[in-house]
Design a protein around this ligand. Sequence first.
Ligand SMILES: C[C@@H]1O[C@H](OP(=O)(O)OP(=O)(O)OC[C@H]2O[C@@H](n3cnc4c(=O)[nH]c(N)nc43)[C@H](O)[C@@H]2O)[C@@H](O)[C@H](O)[C@@H]1O
Length: 407
Amino acid sequence: SKVDQHHKVSHVDSNKYSIAAEKKFLLYDVNFGEGFNLRRDVYMRVANTVRLLRESGENWILVLPPWGRLHHWQRMQVALSWRLFFDLESLNRFIPVMEFEDFLDENRPIDQVIYLQHYEEGWGTEYVRKFDERRCLPPADSHYRKENDSKWRGWFYSYEDVQASNFKCVSIQGDSGTLKDLLTHSNFSSMTSVMVDRAETILHENFGDVNYWKARRSMRYSKDLVEAANVFRDKYLDSDDENDDTEMVADWRKERAKRTAKGGPYLGIHWRRRDFLYARHDQLPSIKGTAEILEKLCEKLKLNRIYLATDAPEEEVNELKSYFGKELQVFRFTDTQKYNDGQIAIIDQYLCAHAAHFIGSYESTFTFRIQEDREILGFPISSTFNRLCPDNIPDCEQPPKWKIVYK
Ligand SMILES: C[C@@H]1O[C@H](OP(=O)(O)OP(=O)(O)OC[C@H]2O[C@@H](n3cnc4c(=O)[nH]c(N)nc43)[C@H](O)[C@@H]2O)[C@@H](O)[C@H](O)[C@@H]1O
């Protein structure tokens, strides 16, 4: 009936694609090995799938995958909700989202797990967007198992009593739009709730376009984290939004292009260490080399404060600091009592994003997210797209400038 339908959409009235159709739920997960900031990128891809589905008249809602089991996090936590990190109201202004806990509270089943994988035979000579139901390749076959009750069990973000009715593997090459097609034009189109595992398999439909940036801008940080970081800016970095020209409108949909942000009187650096030293060894400076770059930069920019975001062990931080003269002060946010590893990572990023000048680490997604935040805040390009060069190539190639677009 009409009344029923009205009831069904009342949750998503705030969204401009509010649709009189039955609600459907998209859940997803990402390969276990991926880090926090690649996962944030995968959110943008899947959020755009939901946007496309809604634009085509289907009433999909994105169920947010709880955070946890990240191998970079020193403390092994699981089942952390999104509101610990992000502002859900803000996310909801792009597409309707809900926490997994709330999905479970509504006693909803998971009808179908679709495990995305590549094509066994590879990509072929030309890139075509396509998908096909295929036999499961490793490791899919080991991640889900059928129990005696013929339900499927898997990791499900550590929740033990969650199961799915059906499980299929799909080979796919494509993007957010291809995933939309998979959900609407395949055997899965009758399902009400679908979980897509290995969602990182799909790409952005148009990397860096306006919808990329809308999804990105909707990912405002939780009010608690912003508050904690702002208190720190005020106390140690002589930095606040009014002086720095970094004020933001409450609703990201009202943001307009600008390049007038000044930032606080400090240098922000993302100094990626640990496993990155193996992966990108030739592209990173030594500890001493890092100190030399920072000293020179501070002298040039007439700054005497550094905000250091890093995953480096304490000994390395101490070594770095030991190379600086007395005139340079180094600050870090380290309240691990009150905040979990992901929250500290976000506070680190926020503080780097508000610095007068930023320098990051080569091809780190942690660095990329800071650059995006600075684009949103409206910094001049030259203060943002900078990287630490290795010792032997002091004038190394600087990072690509993925500028924000509003149209
Ligand atoms: C080598 C590759 O590196 C890729 O990492 P990359 O893009 O830098 O960035 P992420 O994917 O975020 O992984 C790095 C993780 O290390 C911690 N981390 C790194 N830098 C900082 C920092 O400045 N402050 C804080 N608080 N934490 C930091 C944090 O947990 C972060 O999520 C990985 O995603 C890949 O899985 C792979 O390991």
